[in-house]
Design a protein around this ligand. Structure first.
Ligand code: AMP
Length: 216
């Protein structure tokens, strides 16, 4: 099963991805998670992209494509859940080309949409992430049992630099400028499945699971 999960910042891609992976054991490919690790490890790539990541800008397509191609070409990644890639029309077109060349065409393209920007601001500006295992919390919607401490592994919770208000504004702007036209590209191709990100997560998951049944 080859799934792409699209959605604006704060739509809940990461949380839905975790729920999907509990049932469908396929590799999780996230360019954002990959980039974050490169920054945390202070590698050459990390140094190159840190500024983009922290300010909420998209990493240039040339860099992103190099990373995504490596992930998608790996023999063990014949099936996958792709999160956060593609994010521009250019990336989507290159993804089509690559998956055709590999003989592994995309099967399901899910778009988590949010109607109201206020919802995005509310969600992103309370988000906390575990500095060790990456578990996601929210100060209002899903607080940890002990404030600032991860329920899963006990490490400290942090707020991502790109979840701070100024970066959130830039991320949303980047989304409307570069990513929304890509969603339209998939709509025009006719293979996009729209999901209301404001639905209760159980309801959303049920909807997704029934959609995925036919690709098992
Ligand atoms: P995410 O965790 O998916 O929200 O990604 C975090 C950050 O990584 C984004 O705000 C971008 O700076 C960068 N990033 C992740 N995926 C891409 C992509 N496909 N194209 C460009 N930049 C990306």
């Amino acid at each position: 099963m080859r799934i792409v999960l699209l959605g604006c910042p704060g739509a809940g891609k990461g949380s839905l991805a975790s729920l999907i992976l509990e049932k469908h054991h396929i590799p999780y490919l996230s360019t954002g998670a990959y980039f974050r690790k490169e920054v945390a490890d202070n590698t050459d790539l990390g140094k190159e992209i840190k500024h983009y990541m922290e300010s909420g800008l998209l990493v240039p397509d040339s860099v992103t494509m190099r990373v995504a191609s490596k992930m998608l070409e790996a023999p063990e990644n014949e099936n996958y859940l792709l999160d956060g890639f593609p994010r521009t029309v250019n990336q989507a077109m290159m993804l089509d080309e690559l998956t055709t060349k590999l003989g592994r065409p995309l099967q399901v393209i899910l778009n988590l949409y949010v109607k109201d920007d206020e919802v995005v601001y509310r969600r992103l500006t309370g988000r906390q992430i575990c500095s060790k295992c990456g578990a996601i919390y929210h100060t209002r919607n899903h607080p940890s049992k002990v404030e600032g401490v991860c329920d899963v592994c006990g490490a400290n919770l942090v707020i991502r630099k790109d979840d701070q208000l100024e970066s959130v504004k830039i991320r949303l702007n980047e989304y409307y400028r570069l990513t929304e036209p890509m969603v339209d590209y998939y709509k025009m191709k006719g293979n996009l499945i729209e999901l209301d990100a404001e639905l209760d997560s159980e309801v959303l998951l049920e909807e997704v699971n029934s959609l995925l049944e036919k690709y098992k």
